[in-house]
Design a protein around this ligand. Structure first.
Ligand SMILES: Cc1cc2nc3c(=O)[nH]c(=O)nc-3n(C[C@H](O)[C@H](O)[C@H](O)COP(=O)(O)OP(=O)(O)OC[C@H]3O[C@@H](n4cnc5c(N)ncnc54)[C@H](O)[C@@H]3O)c2cc1C
Length: 299
């Protein structure tokens, strides 16, 4: 029986495991190898690690975690999490089961991108969604924004002062006249035709519509949805927020005692949505681990 099983070894799970390991709490860290920034070459807006490849960040973390003897790491997916009499049983994809008093869910989310041919292939390389993470790298250079007008408006507001020319391309259906006027009013060019495909070219991305092609340094995606990477919120009946994320309190506690959550899949009700970033996930992972330790010490 572990004190905690941490499911997920992105920034949130790695930090939760580090905190538990340093406090000599027997813990198991599980990793299925599906990271949200798995295709990203360089991460940004991470103090002292600005520009570090995420794979290097994970490898360094794993190397450092190996020093903590109370910590065990297994590269295997968890399949089910069920509550038992005195904790939780986690069934793994190798058909074994492990038990713990607490679980920390750090399984993240997956990006379901709009159905634009070629987009998946350049995701995280020259196609992004977060201005804080990838805006500065496009300073003074032309970019394309793909998708829904409300989010496009928000992206233009954030990126307008950083990048060069911005062209907004609708996905699926053309923008309405009102949407076109709104986006043009913010200084963007607006394509009358929806994007048909994107492809990598020297120095960036070629965006094609039915009749035109334009080359930009990168694209920012304004459409698409987030999906929980793993089914454990459903399996455990956790309370979700309007954003679809798991509701947590300040120490990562979910609505179900003994179940903690950290990272992109969870946030506090006081926030409008998940603050998806490496630093925020790391902070949330540490808070959840401290929450577990508080629970273990409770009389
Ligand atoms: C294109 C792109 C670029 C980004 N660039 C930046 C950037 O520059 N800077 C920045 O701060 N943020 C960036 N982000 C956001 C950042 O990647 C996330 O906020 C961060 O990875 C969230 O960490 P996490 O630990 O919650 O989830 P993840 O990093 O997604 O990790 C989830 C973990 O859960 C594991 N897992 C999932 N299901 C299971 C299961 N069933 N069993 C076992 N393990 C499981 C996965 O294998 C993985 O280890 C970017 C995101 C994207 C999409």
């Amino acid at each position: 029986m572990y004190d905690a099983i941490v499911i997920g070894a992105g920034p949130a799970g790695l930090q939760a495991a580090l905190t538990l390991g340093r406090m000599h709490r027997p813990a198991l860290l599980l990793d299925s190898g599906e990271y949200r920034n798995g295709t990203v070459l360089h991460m940004h807006n991470v103090v002292a690690e600005d520009g570090t490849p995420p794979a290097e960040f994970r490898a360094t973390a794993r190397e450092q975690l190996a020093e903590y003897t109370d910590l065990e790491i297994r590269d295997v997916a968890a399949r089910t999490v069920t509550r038992t009499g005195d904790g939780f049983s986690v069934v793994l994809d190798d058909d074994t089961a492990v038990e713990a008093q607490h679980v920390i869910l750090a399984t993240g989310v997956a990006d379901d991108l709009p159905a634009v041919p070629g987009l998946q292939e350049i995701w995280g390389v020259t196609a992004f969604s977060c201005p804080f993470c990838d805006g500065h790298e496009h300073a003074g250079r032309p970019i394309g924004i793909l998708g829904a007008a409300p989010r496009a408006q928000h992206l233009i507001g954030l990126l307008g002062r950083i990048v060069g020319d911005i062209t907004a391309f609708p996905v699926g259906e053309a923008y309405t006249a009102e949407e076109t006027a709104l986006l043009e009013g913010l200084g963007a060019r607006v394509s009358a035709e929806p994007v048909a495909a994107v492809e990598p070219v020297e120095g960036g991305v070629r965006i094609s519509t039915a009749t035109e092609e334009s080359d930009v340094a990168g694209v920012f995606v304004a459409s698409g949805t987030l999906r929980h990477r793993a089914p454990f919120a459903d399996q455990l009946g956790l309370r979700l927020l309007d954003s679809g994320s798991i509701e947590i309190d300040d120490f990562g506690r979910t609505s179900s005692p003994g179940v903690f959550a950290a990272g992109d899949l969870a946030h506090r009700a006081s926030l409008p949505g998940p603050m998806a970033s490496v630093v925020m996930a790391v902070a949330a992972g540490q808070l959840a681990a401290v929450g577990v330790i508080q629970s273990l010490m409770a009389p």
